[in-house]
Every structure is written in structure tokens, then in C-alpha cells.
Design a protein around this ligand. Sequence first.
Ligand SMILES: *[C@@H]1O[C@H](CO)[C@@H](O)[C@H](O)[C@H]1NC(C)=O
Length: 216
Amino acid sequence: MKGSTSSNCLLLLLIVCFSTSFNLRCARAADPTDGFTLVPLSDGNFVLQKPYNLPLADRYSDASGVRKFWVYTNDKPFQSGSGTRPRTEGLDYSSGIWQFEGYAYVPKGTSGVTIMQIHGASEGATTLQLRIYDGDMKYYKFDVVATDLYDKWFRLNVIHDVDEGKITVFINGVKKYVVNDQGPGDLYFKCGVYAAPENSSKYMESRWKNIKIYKK
Ligand SMILES: *[C@@H]1O[C@H](CO)[C@@H](O)[C@H](O)[C@H]1NC(C)=O
């Protein structure tokens, strides 16, 4: 049943925490994290989902500080009956200015996959998806955010200014893309592998380290 939603699978890292919202404005900074405060994350903030019929160790590893996620396009979903594709997730927030940071590695051949997204929108499920197609990062399947990302570690920073409705994406500290968000919702960051609706490679993998959440 390749291509049907029921054949899809989910590998999910969910970082959940709650916070009061602050809004501190500061001068434009040289680094994406300047002016932000680190949000402490504990093991309880990480919730992992994977194909329901497999042990976690068959689709996830965490060694030497590197979280590795992988799925195959015909894997089962995270729970029986779910119609979702593979993914990984982040942090609950509803207002203020929030930032996701992580170092990501995508091996050559992984394609047609969201590696980072922001869940929550006034319509639809997400307000941002950053997908890898043939080594390039795209906003959904549309604008190119960055190119030539296979087989190297890169630093990804995503700032969501909820009050202004703006999302800014940085690669290796360089501002690459600014886009409007898609309204309020149940907002949280996700990272990992979440197969795109089309053109997924048979095997999809991303690795992550130094995942951090900041707020202003
Ligand atoms: C998916 O593959 C088809 C056929 O090669 C191509 O026309 C289309 O542009 C691809 N879509 C994306 C989002 O890359």
C-alpha cells in the first residue's frame, strides 16, 4: 500500500514544557540566540514515538550526544490506525518569541522528508515545515531555504515570533528565510524525520545534537 496514508509511519521526538510568556525586545543581534534565554529541557521533555510494531531501538538511537532517527517509507504509523507520516517534535508555547536550535545531519539519499517543523496553525496542522529534497532545504515543497546540506553537520535556528506572526530560519547563523506563520494553534517544535506526502526516499534519516529551546 505504498503511498497510502495508512502505510506511513511516525518517529517522533516531542519536547514538552510550559512557560509563562515574556516579551523582551532587544537590538538586532549578531547571533540568532543573542537576547534569548535558554529554556531548560529535561528527559521528561522528550517524548518519542515510532512505528507501533517495532521496538524504539529499531528506529532511534542516542549515543555520544547524537540523537539519530530513521524510518522507512513503508513503516507503520506511531499507533494502529493513524494516518500520519514520520516526524519529530518539540515544545509547547502559545505566545511570545521562541527559538529552536539544533545541529542536524542528513545523509545523502534521504529525500522528501520534513526534518524540522512547527506544529500548530489556525488551519491545518503545521505553521512551518522544513523539508529536505535532494540535499536542499525547502519551505514545504516551495521556496528553497538552503542548498547542499547532505553529509555535513549544520546549525539550524528557527525563531517564531508568535505575536508578530513571523518565522525566521537561520543556517549556520546566517539568516536564510523569513515567512509569515499560519496563525495561532497548539504550538510546538519538532525535529527528526517525518515523511513528506510525496517523493519520499525509501529510507529517511536525520541526526540531531545540542537541541536547545530559547525564549525572549
Ligand atoms: C516530485 O517528483 C515529481 C516527479 O519527478 C516532480 O515533478 C515534482 O516536482 C517532485 N516534487 C517535489 C516537491 O520535489
